[in-house]
Design a protein around this ligand. Structure first.
Ligand code: AMP
Ligand code: ZN
Length: 432
């Protein structure tokens, strides 16, 4: 059994008491890091003066840029000897942020994931196939540890290799999968090709959908196509990864584990917290992390707290599925990509002009990135070979950076729309 009843159904009053005592400890630990020591001194914030949860509003925010600027070790609150694991955000090497964990951090994280999975109905008797990338990305190992903690037979399938995924499901009687929603849709096409019906030929009953935004409609589609109950799993590497917020059997919002994280929703313009029910940017503070405490982290994810209690009896508040982002980060096939990365890479390639346009498309069940790239005039003089060579180079260079193979079209100079205002770099045509 992996139901932490006392913690999960604790009264709000008790939960807030617990949060306050954990917050005080967390601040003490944080002030041992180079970054927070400096930040507390610069802003005059005194962690010893925190006497209520409201005081958290005096702590300066932490952003992804702070993490990047103090890469790699500026946030460490313990000596390197205490660390056992490193992870990073999905996406590329250049812009990735890294997070370090002590053995205890891994334990706490594992508990959260196990608790989340158990909440949906997964049990020791299940066979769990984890179809997420193992490695620096948190979705692989994070879920793996959680599933083993529950005691389920765990198949570390990793991402990709669709035919083998289906074979594994058939051969070993997989009942629970963890999968990126866009990949779940793509995999259906492969199921059809190999003439396997996931509803009839496989014993699946639960799917965990995570790592990228998806709509209620996509969830329903996956539930129908696979014959499962699908649960939304939200997390981010800065707050461990998976196991931050997860749907219970009522599938109406994601319980966010408030014994581990202090949660605020702020107005991204005024930076002031908004009341429950109002939409804004999710901000989180780690309450138990030892290796690398992160305070008031601006996730850039837009959501709201769903007011009122959940029929499941858990008292940890629920967030609504993520509505969007406050920045221009795109997520394609679970990989985080910033338009700026693409711009930087393109501008390094001789022959590329000054404008480009990214279009995200859903073709059938497949998500793709199409990029129109303006090239210099000389390339349109009739030498098709030269143009083809440049195109290949663009594809290769981008692939090495964003880890996804885009469909590239080279176009003439000044043929893409360019206004006086902010350039439109991305058009997202993925609709449900
Ligand atoms: P990473 O740090 O690479 O794990 O990426 C974390 C980001 O992925 C989050 O800040 C969200 O923008 C996005 N994300 C993860 N899970 C979900 C989800 N279930 N729904 C929407 N967005 C998600
Ligand atoms: Zn619930």
């Amino acid at each position: 059994m992996y139901w932490e009843k006392e913690i999960e159904t604790m009264s709000r009053e008790k939960l807030e008491e617990l949060q306050l005592s954990r917050l005080k400890e967390s601040l003490k630990r944080a002030s041992r890091s180079f970054f927070y020591d400096k930040s507390f001194k610069e802003t005059g914030f005194n962690p010893d003066k925190v006497s209520s949860l409201k005081d958290i509003e005096n702590i300066p925010f932490t952003t992804k840029d702070d993490l990047r600027e103090h890469w790699p070790y500026g946030f460490l609150a313990v000596s390197k000897d205490e660390l056992v694991r490193m992870h990073s955000s999905s996406g590329t090497t250049g812009r990735a942020t890294v997070i370090f964990h002590t053995a205890n951090d891994i334990n706490e994280w594992t508990n959260l994931v196990a608790r989340s999975m158990y909440m949906t109905g997964m049990r020791k008797s299940d066979v769990f196939q984890n179809m997420m990338t193992y490695g620096l990305f948190t979705g692989g190992l994070g879920f793996h540890y959680g599933a083993e903690k529950i005691g389920a037979l765990t198949i570390p399938a990793g991402a990709g290799n669709s035919k083998r995924q289906i074979q594994l499901m058939q051969d070993f009687g997989t009942t629970v999968i963890h999968i990126i929603p866009s990949y779940a849709l793509h995999l259906i096409v492969v199921f059809e090709k190999v003439r396997v019906d996931p509803r009839k030929d496989i014993d699946l009953r639960i799917a965990f959908l995570g790592a990228e935004p998806h709509s209620e409609k996509t969830r329903q589609k996956i539930e129908e196509l696979y014959g499962v109950k699908a649960f939304n799993s939200y997390g981010l590497s800065e707050m461990n990864g998976p196991g931050v917020a997860f749907e219970c059997q009522f599938q109406d919002g994601l319980h966010i584990w408030e014994d581990n994280f202090f949660v605020e929703i702020i107005d991204p313009d005024t930076l002031k917290p908004v009341p429950d029910g109002e939409e804004g940017e999710l901000v989180m503070t780690t309450l138990l992390r030892q290796g690398m405490p992160v305070l008031r982290y601006r996730t850039q994810d837009l959501t709201r707290i769903i007011p009122g209690p959940c029929p499941c009896g858990r008292t940890h508040r629920r967030i609504e599925r993520i509505k969007g982002r406050t920045d221009d980060m795109m997520i394609l096939k679970g990989v985080n990509i910033f338009p700026l990365q693409i711009e930087k890479k393109l501008m390094e390639i001789p022959g590329v002009g000054s404008n480009f346009l990214i279009m995200l498309e859903r073709e059938g069940f497949n998500d793709d990135m199409h990029i129109k790239v303006e090239v210099q005039k000389e390339f349109f003089t009739g030498d098709l070979k030269q143009l083809e060579k440049l195109k290949r180079k663009v594809v290769e260079e981008l692939k090495s950076d964003i880890l996804i193979t885009p469909k590239v079209e080279l176009v003439e100079p000044n043929s893409l729309p360019s206004g006086e205002g902010k350039a439109i770099r991305v058009i997202d045509n993925r609709e449900d």
